[in-house]
Write a protein that binds this ligand. Structure first.
Ligand code: NAI
Length: 478
């Protein structure tokens, strides 16, 4: 399924015609996406402007990340900050430039702004953030990125500094809504003091075109989960065994393909009725087919037997993607459809995980599909919203129990994604759902798959117990 207005907007002729006829139609910006295999330099030759409140311990990490990812860095900061960028950039042949007050930003349309606010001590220093962004934001290139890095308020003892750190979140959420028309996104990355060394892969991902449909929210990095593996920037999932439920079509099929692209062997699992498409997919990605209804009471035995026989019980990644909707207003909702949805979307995840977790290897990853319906609620979806909110509560509650096993568990909450599931929504509702995001369009299964693949990679070790929205900064569910 495709978005009519995004497609129409791609043609200069139709844009001209709409202008000529003075029709009140604003075409959504077609998003730049990166769907080929991970590369060493995802930011090759992209202009990125960096700033800070003051030099911090994160300065050298940000400088190294940008230089090693191939970016052309322009520094707005004091001499000591510039020296750090020089030192880190030299090793990669990327000498940064100092941003002058008279630099003509419209000449090079920066791909991103990265602002280090981790050194912020007072609320009045929020002025520095305003000063950095206010004049420059209009020059952000199409499908650009605006990222603020800060310390998480819960780890800051000083009350004023903690309030200021939280204020940044509101700033980022609002700015995301303003820059969305341009296809651009905003994000705040909160980094715990012990988790500085986990920032690089996260920053790379969110600055790249792989995070096209993630906007207006915080991501929290902690050092809670122990690490045994270093992050890899190419083929991060080599040698990993991954299970994807509901892999026959839609988002699940796309996740399976993307995990396989990055080196994982994927067990494509779906209901027996989906034999044909699921077998085709398993064949295409050199994975393995497992036909099993996730709600059957012995589903976990089938999975365990399968991995025992094929890989001596080794399992690294589990993606709980299988999901269903059975919409009805609460007054008309039968007990049957209530429990069907709860069973597939929540209860089976809890049951299957209980059995699988002892078999998941160190540096293992679990990602569960939630939905923004679980944050905002939807008319006619009390069953679906309850199940998806339950998934969020589940990952948050389970994550601390897995710290010592070196396993992360997260949920992703997609907004409106163009799939078979959403193609059944009536046209008018579908149109509204698409335009409700800051990016004014629905997302693609690829947008979800790229985020899930990143969360499955060794470099995502700092993220656990989180719910990441993939909704283009939807106006509901923020
Ligand atoms: P889809 O309906 O296209 O695919 C779902 C897959 O799950 C199908 O292959 C189906 O056979 C499988 N499945 C259903 N029940 C199963 C069971 N009992 N055992 C094994 N497999 C089963 O759905 P779509 O759109 O690809 O969604 C995937 C996930 O993303 C779901 O959890 C959904 O709730 C979630 N999501 C989707 C959004 C969207 O806009 N498409 C928005 C938010 C969340």
């Amino acid at each position: 399924m495709t978005d009519f207005f995004v497609n129409l907007g791609k043609h200069p002729g139709s844009r001209k015609l709409i202008k000529l006829l003075k029709l009140p139609i604003v075409f959504p910006q077609e998003l730049s996406r990166s769907t080929t295999a991970w590369e060493v330099r995802p930011l090759e030759n992209m202009n990125i402007i960096v700033g800070n409140v003051r030099k911090t311990q994160l300065t050298s990490i940000i400088a190294k990340t940008l230089a090693s990812a191939g970016a052309d860095v322009h520094v707005q900061g004091d001499t000591s900050t510039l020296m750090v960028y020089n030192e880190e950039g030299t090793g990669y042949g990327r000498i940064p430039k100092q941003l002058q007050s008279n630099t003509l930003l419209d000449e090079f349309k920066p791909h991103a702004f990265v602002f280090d606010a981790s050194g912020m001590q007072t609320a009045s220093e929020l002025q520095v953030v305003y000063d950095f962004f206010q004049k420059k934001i209009k020059y952000l290139g199409t499908c650009g990125r605006m990222i603020i890095i800060a310390q998480h308020p819960s780890t800051i003892k000083d009350i004023e500094a903690a309030s200021a750190a939280r204020a940044l979140e509101g700033f980022v959420r609002s700015a995301g809504k303003e820059i969305g028309r341009n296809g651009s996104t905003s994000l705040i990355i909160y980094v715990d003091p012990e988790a500085h060394d986990r920032l690089e892969p996260v920053l790379r991902f969110f600055l790249s075109y792989r995070s096209a449909y993630v906007s207006g929210q915080p991501v929290h990095l902690s050092a809670n989960v122990k690490i045994h593996e270093l992050p890899y920037f190419t083929r991060p999932l080599d040698q990993k065994i991954a299970l994807v439920t509901g892999a026959a079509r839609g988002i699940g099929a796309c996740i399976a393909r993307t995990l396989a692209r990055e080196g994982a062997h994927v067990i494509c699992m779906d209901r027996p009725s989906e034999n044909e498409p699921c077998a085709r997919l398993a064949d295409e990605i050199h994975g393995t087919l497992l036909l099993c209804d996730i709600t059957s009471p012995d589903a976990f035995n089938s999975i365990l037997d399968f991995i025992q026989k094929k890989w001596n019980g080794k399992l690294d990644i589990v993606i709980h993607n299988a999901g269903i909707t059975r919409d009805k207003m609460l007054v008309n909702m039968t007990s049957e459809i209530w429990s069907q949805v709860l069973e597939v979307n929540l209860i089976s995840i809890i049951r299957v995980n209980q059995a699988l977790i002892p078999h998941i290897q160190k540096d293992g990853r679990i990602v569960c599909l939630s939905s923004i319906a679980g944050i905002a609620g939807n008319t006619g979806q009390t069953n679906y919203s309850a199940s998806k909110a339950g998934v969020m509560g589940y990952v948050q509650a389970l994550a601390p129990t897995l710290y010592d096993n070196s396993i992360t568990i997260n949920a992703v909450a997609p907004g409106f994604i163009e799939t078979q599931m959403t193609s059944t929504i009536p046209l008018a509702t579908r149109e509204v759902a698409r335009r409700l995001s800051s990016l004014a369009q629905g997302g693609l299964p690829e947008d979800v798959a790229e985020v899930v693949t990143f969360l499955s990679s060794p470099g995502a070790s700092g993220i656990t117990g989180e719910v990441l929205r993939i909704c283009g900064g939807n106006f509901i569910g923020a």
